[in-house]
Design a protein. Structure first.
Ligand code: GUN
Length: 291
């Protein structure tokens, strides 16, 4: 069994990006600038955005965090997005999700200039992804592809089962694994809350990508020998013995599933750090495309 070490690979990618930024600086070029908009005070979202900003500092990018109150109206957020679209200094920006209920998420994501949409959530970029055109690939699926690539995990002709159809992970992942090329060329099954007899499906999978958000959902009985297991779950489970009062728990019963798996991602230290590294990669791409 091999651990797919997202922490190590993401650090390698950050080092590679740092080198590229150094070269940009040496040539007197502008360095990439990422902005992140966060609406409200959700603890997990603040943590994620904080990590994104710190990652920018580490690789030598400029970053801007835009904090807006929980009572922000849709119009106010759309005005802020227009400001970021027009601001020539900003190469790419993200709107951290989820948004408060008074705001229509799809309307907001469609207001982002596709050339600055480093999350790859705008329909134009999502459509390009589905059509194999060059574009920003959403950071979490992009990170999973990169992990599979760097560990040379065979995906061609394999049966990949994706659990969860979110717009951020499950849906794009199901498209990407079925695309021509590597990683890809898989036969993909997308499962969700209406799937019947999920164990029958997962136990036939060569590769399982679980993006459900239910701690320890995937048990050893649901997995065949030598399967590749990608755990995208990051649920905060209350735990009084830990300093923060919670522990981050994945979708996979790691202790038991890892005994059967050929490759497996840990939580934390698997997919999570890859997401941030790929957001940086998309931001570098956005800068290069604006030159
Ligand atoms: N919320 C959970 N994951 C993501 C992500 O990848 N991007 C944004 N903007 N919000 C998220």
């Amino acid at each position: 069994m091999t651990i797919l070490d997202g922490k190590k690979v993401s650090n390698d990618i950050k080092d590679e990006i740092t080198e590229q930024v150094k070269k940009m600086k040496a040539k007197g070029e502008k360095v990439p600038h990422l902005a992140a908009v966060i609406v409200g005070n959700d603890g997990a979202s603040l943590t994620y955005v904080g990590s994104k900003v710190r990652a920018c500092e580490r690789v030598g990018f400029e970053s801007t965090m835009v904090r807006m109150s929980n009572t922000t109206s849709e119009i106010e957020l759309l005005d802020k997005i227009e400001e970021l679209n027009q601001n020539d200094d900003i190469d790419g920006f993200i709107i951290q999700l989820p948004l408060p209920p008074q705001i229509n998420t799809q309307k907001v994501l469609m207001a982002v200039d596709p050339s600055k949409d480093v999350d790859g959530f705008h329909p134009e970029n999502f459509g390009k992804m589905a059509l194999d055109m060059s574009t920003f690939i959403p950071a979490t699926p992009f990170g999973i592809l990169e992990l599979l690539d760097r560990y040379d995990v065979e995906t061609k002709g394999k049966h990949t089962v994706v659990i969860g159809r979110s717009h951020i992970v499950g849906r794009p992942m199901s498209i990407l694994m079925g695309r021509k090329g590597f990683p890809g060329n898989s036969t993909v099954t997308l499962t969700h809350s209406h799937t019947k007899n999920i164990t029958q499906i997962t136990s036939q999978a060569d590769i399982i990508i679980s993006a459900l958000g239910v701690p320890n959902f995937l048990k050893a009985e649901m997995v065949k020998d030598d399967a590749v297991i990608i755990d995208v779950g990051i649920t905060r489970v209350p735990d009084e013995s830990s300093p923060k009062g919670y522990i981050i728990t994945g979708d996979v019963d790691f202790e038991n599933v890892s005994k059967k798996a050929s490759f497996i991602t840990p939580v934390p230290g698997g997919v999570g750090p890859m997401t941030i590294a790929m957001l940086l990669k998309n931001t570098l791409l956005a800068r290069e495309q604006r030159m």
